[in-house]
Design a protein around this ligand. Structure first.
Ligand code: PNS
Length: 173
């Protein structure tokens, strides 16, 4: 017969890092943050700052937007990192990495990343949440393409992001 054991609050504490480029932040990201924050004790949303890609928004701009849209969620913190994600997770005392999966096309690269991260730091588990259907087709890459072609992205991103995109690309509606 299995024995039950009281688990103390501190043993249970789950700190997760939700890493990403968030360039720009989409409604899909925001949904994942809200749902992730309900599952863990503390959620650190962290922007990768040493990417080779030419970003649309600076890290500081992305931090500000993320702070604005998550201000009402008390256990969410916004940060940035460079270097290896697992090293950053270790520095922050995080025991989990949160990632979203939209379609089967995300699975291959996410699996590779999760397995590499697990090999490098086995004590950090990757937790996947499936994107909600209504956000499963939204990606930052497509948002960038639409906005640079003067399209309207206001139904795909939070209002504050749409506003800043309009300021950056004044030709759009
Ligand atoms: O939103 P993105 O661009 O898909 O996020 C990718 C990210 C930031 C999670 C990934 O590139 C990353 O973790 N980079 C940090 C460098 C690292 O740890 N690489 C090894 C794991 S694959």
């Amino acid at each position: 017969m299995s024995e039950t054991r009281e688990i103390s609050g501190s043993e249970r504490s789950l700190i997760a890092v939700y890493p990403g480029s968030f360039d720009p932040l989409t409604n899909g990201h925001l949904d994942l943050i809200s749902r992730g924050a309900r599952l863990v004790d503390h959620l650190i949303v962290s922007i990768l700052s040493n990417t080779q890609k030419q970003p649309l928004f600076t890290v500081e701009e992305r931090i500000r937007m993320l702070q604005e849209v998550t201000a009402h969620i008390s256990n969410v913190e916004i940060d940035s990192f460079d270097g290896l994600l697992v090293d950053y997770a270790a520095r922050r005392g995080a025991n989990a990495i949160l990632r979203g999966i939209r379609a089967i096309s995300d699975y291959e690269s996410e699996l590779q990343m999760a397995l590499l991260n697990r090999r490098m730091r086995p004590e950090t588990e990757t937790i996947f949440l499936m994107a909600r259907e209504e956000y499963s087709f939204i990606s930052s890459r497509m948002i960038k393409e639409i906005i640079t072609l003067a399209g309207d992205v206001s139904s795909f991103v939070p209002q504050t992001v749409a506003q800043r995109l309009r300021e950056k690309f004044p030709r759009t509606s």
